[in-house]
Ligand binder design. Structure first.
Ligand SMILES: Cc1cc2nc3c(=O)[nH]c(=O)nc-3n(C[C@H](O)[C@H](O)[C@H](O)COP(=O)(O)OP(=O)(O)OC[C@H]3O[C@@H](n4cnc5c(N)ncnc54)[C@H](O)[C@@H]3O)c2cc1C
Length: 326
């Protein structure tokens, strides 16, 4: 276990925001950390790869992160693969394909760690982590005990899980994915029509290429990926908007309403490509806010608030951030 005092978190968040943590603890798979933290009296933040985080000030507490040094799963039993929470998710995707296990290929190139894939229920191109997560092993920092969650226990929903509602309580140490030995390409997402898919590796590469043609590469421009969630509206709102804006893309029907494209709303409101202070709206994808050069978290928050206000005024739709603002 490595302890760092008063350390900059700039290398630990993909937005590249320069704030300091009072303490940063990096955990390796064999570390015994039971009872190490005074959860009741100490502010704790669990950090993965920091790819969905926006820090707005120094963190006056302890940031706990799992080492990213592990590049192979910890174990495999038939189609069940168990990976360390700090493993880079995309390394796991590649490993599974290399070992004839399929399902995760549509989640290729999503930044971040295996542990966070369960917290966030990451999703892309018609697939979500919840479709493949078998179980999650965590350390309960409040009750100081290890616990295991089945898929149902995790209460997965769109970019949501039980873990998101109790931040700082569970440290996810291992996630077990249940995969398939047969490759059945999932081309349900419209943008995948016509993609090469003779093999899962081909589909992975095509998806990876398409993703990076629309997203800022973290090594060039910091971002947290999609900054806002796609809003879900009721039937009356959807048909009112469809009437007013016949060019609005069709909404996905979900259990609780109609899921609109937040990117389209932001683009239509005229924000695509605009910058405010040192933060911009990515010219190829209006859903992404990016660091246009040494921005602060407050500048990100301020641009996000301007967009939310404008979209609300123009369309009567509230946008909720997908990124976690600390
Ligand atoms: C360019 C770009 C593209 C993206 N594209 C997508 C996409 O297509 N789909 C998508 O779903 N997301 C996308 N994201 C968002 C991001 O990749 C995911 O949310 C990812 O799961 C975050 O992983 P992380 O390890 O960086 O987590 P962090 O951002 O560090 O943390 C996210 C949350 O998980 C918690 N957490 C992290 N690790 C653990 C752990 N071990 N135990 C307990 N809690 C933990 C944190 O406390 C926090 O609440 C994108 C981000 C970027 C920068």
């Amino acid at each position: 276990m490595n302890n760092h005092e008063k350390i900059s978190l700039k290398p630990y968040n993909t937005f590249g925001i320069d704030v300091r943590a009072r303490r940063l603890v990096v955990i390796e798979p064999d570390d015994d950390f039971r009872g190490k933290w005074e959860v009741e009296s100490e502010r704790l933040l669990v950090l993965g790869g920091g790819s969905n985080m926006v820090f707005t000030k120094d963190y006056d507490g302890t940031v706990i992160t799992l080492s990213h040094s592990v590049t192979q799963p910890l174990g495999r039993s038939d189609t069940l693969v168990t990976a360390w929470g700090g493993m880079v998710m995309d390394d796991l995707v590649q490993w599974t394909l290399d070992h004839g296990l399929y399902g995760l290929e549509n989640l290729s190139a999503i930044p971040g760690t295996v542990g966070a894939s369960a917290v966030q229920n990451v999703g892309a191109y018609g697939a979500e982590a919840k479709d493949f997560i078998h179980s999650v092993e965590a350390y309960d920092l409040l009750e100081r005990r290890y616990c295991t969650f089945s898929n149902a226990d995790c209460h997965f929903a769109y970019r949501d899980s039980l873990f998101k509602h109790q931040p700082g309580r569970y440290l996810i140490l291992r996630v077990t994915y249940c995969l398939s030995e047969t490759f059945i390409p999932n081309l349900s997402y419209k943008a995948l029509e016509g993609m090469p898919h003779d093999t899962a590796q081909q589909l992975r590469e095509a998806i990876t290429e398409m993703r990076w043609s629309k997203l800022p590469r973290p090594e060039e421009h910091g971002s947290a990926g999609s900054f806002f969630k796609n809003p879900v509206v009721d039937e009356t709102t959807y048909f009112r908007l469809k009437d007013e804006h016949p060019d609005m893309p069709n909404a996905y029907r979900s259990d609780n309403g109609y899921k609109l494209s937040a990117g389209w709303l932001i683009d239509k409101a005229g924000w695509k490509g605009r910058t405010q202070d040192r933060v911009g709206v990515w010219p190829k994808n209006a859903l992404v806010l990016y660091n246009a050069g040494g921005c602060s978290g407050d500048e990100v928050r301020s641009l996000a608030a301007s967009i939310q206000q404008d979209v609300k005024q123009k369309f009567g739709v509230a946008l909720d951030p997908e990124a976690i603002i600390i």
